[in-house]
Design a protein around this ligand. Structure first.
Ligand code: PMP
Length: 424
């Protein structure tokens, strides 16, 4: 293993310079603007290898999709095999039937599915369907939850309210959303009483902001209120789906939504999303009443990848392995925090947890801000320099490929970073 300082990463520097000439900011997704500077040459299992010969134990997993590890043989082979016979048909094919059946079987409560390419799209389809089904327009959502980058869902806190997050974004598209703090059932009840709400959308485990679990009884109460007031409950499981267990957050917390969106862990790294729900709602797409379209939806690549990835998860569920790795890793990180006298704080679930500094009692976006998030951001930069691939947002993902070697590497490198003064 050779992890030179970034200053000597000549090939990355050269590629970065070229990228910046042809690509705004040198990246194709703004999420990566603040990411690591190294260019990646290849990835396998839980490891990334840079063009400069550096290696990284990966806890970002491509922002989540590499739940089976990088380049999982079964999925990659299935995709290559299938694509030899055509990539996109503009017609129906058997693989998409198989993939649809498997998604419904794996999710458990779902009766029908529509595939898309990105999580952002799946969310839009869910919102449109909920509005069509209820004849209402307003949607209740929560502070800190992320539902994609389009005008009607992208928000950031500004002057005491949740407004647009990007230049060029139409403020008016946010008018039909009511935003309240999460984990407070009273706010949900009050909003449902005051407005005619079409849908309540949430990350059932708020991974995007702090990996915060729902308080006991919260999801049940939201479920009850949605039923009482006739609002469609949408779980955005783009990150949590298949990651927290085969049935995602719905299964973990024992609460069934009306619609759910999936992406990331669904297809072994390939770009596929899914919207699932009961037939009563979903069939509105089938009659043509509600439009959901996409040239690349249910491509051969996508459906072969879904079938192979879900088959892997069903045949060899990695959840216990992940929990074992994660438990040891979290204990190790906490011990290092104590050893170095740092107020290091870890919270979440085995497959996704949040690392930061502070000791606040965190249950929503506002309380999360009491932690020293900027300090973690600085630590994350140093962790990348020491060969641990994470971002400054504090979320660590663990994959089916993380084992003993990765644990040793992660803890040794974390300790080395702290020894070099990181985290102070
Ligand atoms: N919903 C959630 C909960 C997400 O975390 C994300 C992406 N991080 C999205 C939707 C959007 O998915 P995509 O980036 O694939 O459009």
């Amino acid at each position: 293993m050779l992890n030179d300082s970034p200053g000597t990463c000549l090939r990355s520097a050269e590629l970065r310079q070229r990228a910046q000439l042809r690509t705004p900011g040198g990246v194709h997704s703004n999420v990566r603007l603040s990411g690591a500077q190294d260019f990646i040459q290849r990835a396998k299992g839980a490891w990334l290898y840079s063009v400069d010969g550096r290696d990284f134990v990966d806890y970002l997993l491509g922002q989540g999709p590499n739940f089976l590890g990088h380049a999982p043989e079964a999925v990659v082979n299935a995709v290559f095999e299938a694509c030899r016979n055509g990539v996109i048909f503009g017609g129906q094919h058997e693989l998409e039937v198989q993939a649809s059946e498997l998604v419904c079987r794996t999710v458990g409560w779902a009766e029908m599915v529509r595939f898309g390419v990105s999580g952002t799209e799946a969310v839009q389809a869910a919102l449109r369907l909920a509005r069509a089904a209820t004849g209402r327009t307003k949607v209740l959502r929560f502070e800190g939850h992320y539902h994609g980058w389009l005008d009607n869902v992208l928000t950031s806190p500004r002057d005491g309210h949740w407004g647009t997050a990007s230049a060029g974004q139409l403020e008016s598209h946010l008018d039909d959303f009511v935003v309240v703090p999460w984990n407070d059932p009273v706010q949900v009840a009050e909003t449902l009483e005051q407005h005619r709400i079409a849908a309540v959308i949430m990350e059932p485990l708020m991974i995007n902001a702090g990996v915060i679990e729902p308080k006991p009884g919260y999801l049940e109460e939201v479920r009850r209120l949605c039923t009482e007031f006739g609002a469609v409950l949408i779980f955005d499981e783009v990150i949590s789906g298949f990651r927290l267990g085969l049935g995602g957050a719905a299964e973990r917390y024992g609460v069934t939504p009306d619609l759910a969106t999936y992406g990331k862990a669904l297809a072994g790294g390939f770009p596929v999303s899914a919207l699932v729900g009961r037939s009563e709602l979903m069939s509105r797409f089938g009659t043509g009443e509600v439009n959901h379209s996409g040239t690349f939806n249910s491509s051969v690549m996508a459906t072969a990848a879904v079938t192979a990835a879900l088959t892997s998860l069903l045949e060899d569920p990695p959840y216990e392995r992940i929990a074992k790795h994660s438990r040891s890793l979290i204990v190790g990180l906490r011990d290092l925090g104590v050893e170095f006298g740092l107020p290091l704080r870890v919270q979440g679930v085995p497959a996704a947890f949040h690392v930061s500094f502070g000791d606040a009692d965190v249950s929503d976006y506002r309380s999360l801000q009491q932690l020293d998030l900027a300090r973690y951001e600085r630590l994350a930069k140093s962790l990348v320099e020491h060969g641990i691939w994470v971002t400054g947002r504090g979320v660590w993902y663990v994959s089916a490929s993380h084992g003993g070697d990765e644990l040793d590497a992660a803890l040794t490198r974390f300790e080395a970073a702290l020894r070099d003064g990181a985290g102070r």
